[in-house]
Design a protein around this ligand. Structure first.
Ligand code: ATP
Ligand code: MG
Length: 559
């Protein structure tokens, strides 16, 4: 496994370095990230983005961003905009090299005509369903399409009429004439063009025939002078076809893209297919593509992930040729490490319980020093107001303090962080017998949270001054799915039955320290003892909303 992009090698780097050594492509390295704008980008895409932009940077080349927008039906400008935004946010720059496969439609059409003229493509009268039904199988050949017998002139005429809109959807296709008995099924006269009387979000009504992904992808790379076309493993079996197309169209002296495949990223407890992510959005199981439970880049951003932590994650998982599932705990580890360095510590009480200090003067407030980040002294200190009435976490008090419970309990003394030692003297209950208030005394000689006489306490808890704390809503997240591999779980037909019904918990009566007033959406904090949190854009002028990014430690039962 890789740990550092800058120093370690991988098989893709080996290939590129070998090409450079041989002086291929005039010593240039040009890569691209080619998303189809039919959904939001996810953490798997981030792996590919970091890889492609990272390699271009390492070898002094460039990386293009190309929208692979050949399918008019599912694509949308909303998706294009989100992709541009997400790649930028991750910290990558394509300069002027933003491209759209739809800009190549005319060129692709001309290449299709060239294939017809070479006798290597023909118009078929089969429907797409008939084409797949006659494709054959792994051990038996497909059937020859009657269209195969058409002459060049007839094919040119029919293809022109397909473009002109003379035929309804699905009635004709253009197929490559390769080999219906080829062992690789992708070589059995693949469809190059299909008829779709459908407006495209960029080319409008200009076209009613659209190239198949396979006929567009490799040629788009060729048009852009991509030297290394890096893609995921499922395209390995398509490589001979891409090469076949290039053999027919490539001009001598021009860069010919070399395709290299790597294993796609799968992450535990989530799904990564855009179709499924869209389903979660459309059925409203999540609140949108940027719901903080989603593995999308926009979801991770909203959750409080930093670009640095995602890039670090991509470096650590490295690239390999074999599929495997990466534990989401590694992603969480990366963000924890990053936020530990940069996030200021603040105090929040998620489930408040009132504390009254009997020997503290009424109406008095004092300001105590609190360290902003023990990992980084340059982040300084702030003042925390302390007064007679405080709030602590309900969880930090127990009437029966058995075993290893070292927090507040009747007769017990604990440290209130940055403040004093307090001893619990009793509780106040409401009519139903529920504890509504804890009574305490404090030791004035322990200011700052340290005793002069060397007296030790076992527990330290956080608190807020009742009068000064401000209200907040806090959203806690758990895994989106209950299974490690929701798409690949034995005896489960519908992955949606594995959705975790408790993946979101909203706490709407939380308190945070007053220094957070006006905190901007997207700002990250460590709430002392509770984890890393990020201000959500649902916050208003008088009500802050926070998302928990991650707990302080690898959760599994620890507090
Ligand atoms: P779908 O989910 O619809 O199959 P896709 O994930 O293939 O779509 P694209 O927009 O075609 O989405 O992907 C753009 C690029 O990102 C491709 O080069 C693809 O190889 C890469 N990519 C997509 N998913 C992953 C993943 N999980 N891990 C690594 N790379 C990925
Ligand atoms: Mg794809």
């Amino acid at each position: 496994m890789e740990t550092n992009e800058k120093t370690t090698t991988n098989f893709i780097k080996d290939i590129i370095e070998d090409d450079l050594e041989k002086g291929k492509n005039g010593g240039q390295v040009v890569t691209r990230f080619p998303p189809e704008p039919n959904g939001y980008l996810h953490i798997g895409h981030a792996k590919s983005i970091c890889l492609n932009f990272g390699l271009a940077k390492r070898y002094g080349g460039r990386c293009h961003l190309r929208m692979d927008d050949t399918n008019p039906e599912k694509e949308d400008v909303e998706y294009t905009d989100s992709i541009i935004n997400d790649v930028k946010w991750l910290g990558f720059d394509w300069g002027e090299h933003l491209y759209y496969a739809s800009d190549y439609f005319e060129q692709l059409y001309e290449w299709a005509v060239l294939l017809i003229k070479k006798g290597l493509a023909y118009v078929s009268d089969m429907t797409p369903d008939e084409v797949s039904a006659t494709r054959g199988g792994p051990t038996w050949a497909g059937q020859e399409d009657p269209g195969r017998k058409r002459g060049v002139e007839e094919n040119l005429d029919l293809f022109a009429r397909m473009r002109a809109g003379d035929f309804p959807d699905g009635t004709k296709t253009l197929r490559a004439k390769i080999d219906m008995a080829a062992p690789n099924i992708n070589m059995r006269d693949p469809v190059l063009y299909r008829i779709k009387h459908e407006n495209h979000h960029r080319t409008g009504g200009t076209w009613c025939i659209y190239p198949m992904y396979d006929f567009a992808h490799g040629q788009s790379d060729y048009i852009e002078g991509i030297t290394h076309s890096i893609c995921t493993l499922e395209f390995e079996v398509h490589r001979p076809l891409y090469d076949w197309f290039l053999d027919q169209i490539a001009e001598p002296g021009r860069v010919r893209p070399r395709q290299i495949e790597f294993a796609r990223l799968s992450l535990s407890y989530t799904v990564m297919s855009k179709r499924k992510l869209l389903e979660l959005v459309e059925t409203k199981f999540v609140r949108g593509w940027d719901d903080p439970r989603m593995p999308t880049i926009s979801g991770l951003r909203r959750r409080g992930y930093t670009p640095e932590s995602i890039r670090d994650f991509a470096d650590r998982i490295g690239v390999a040729k074999a599929d495997n599932v990466v534990d989401v705990a590694l992603l969480e580890h990366c963000v924890r490490e990053d936020l530990n360095r940069r996030a200021p510590r603040v105090i929040a009480v998620l489930n408040p319980l009132r504390v009254v200090i009997e020997n503290y003067p009424e109406g008095q407030t004092e300001e105590l020093d609190a360290v902003n980040n023990p990992e980084d002294e340059s982040m300084g200190k702030r003042k925390l107001p302390f007064s007679r009435e405080l709030y602590i976490e309900r969880e930090d008090f127990r009437e029966e303090a058995a075993g290893k419970f070292f927090r507040l309990a009747p007769g017990k003394e604990v440290r209130f962080k940055f403040a004093y030692y307090l001893t619990c003297t009793g509780v106040v209950r409401d009519d139903r017998g529920e504890i509504v208030e804890v009574r305490c005394t404090y030791d004035p000689a322990t200011r700052g949270g340290w005793s002069q006489d060397g007296r030790k306490v076992k527990g330290t808890i956080h608190w807020l001054s009742a009068e000064h704390a401000i209200p907040a809503e806090v959203r806690l997240y758990d895994r989106l799915f209950t299974a490690i591999e929701p798409e690949n779980t034995k005896d489960v037909e519908d992955y949606r039955t594995l959705l975790n019904p408790d993946s979101l918990k909203v706490l709407d009566r939380c308190l945070v320290e007053q220094s957070l007033k006006g905190a901007k959406p997207g700002t990250q904090y460590q709430f002392e003892r509770l984890g890393y949190f990020c201000v959500d854009h649902d916050s208003t002028a008088d009500r802050l909303v926070f998302n928990r990014t991650v707990t302080l430690k690898d959760s599994k039962g620890k507090d």
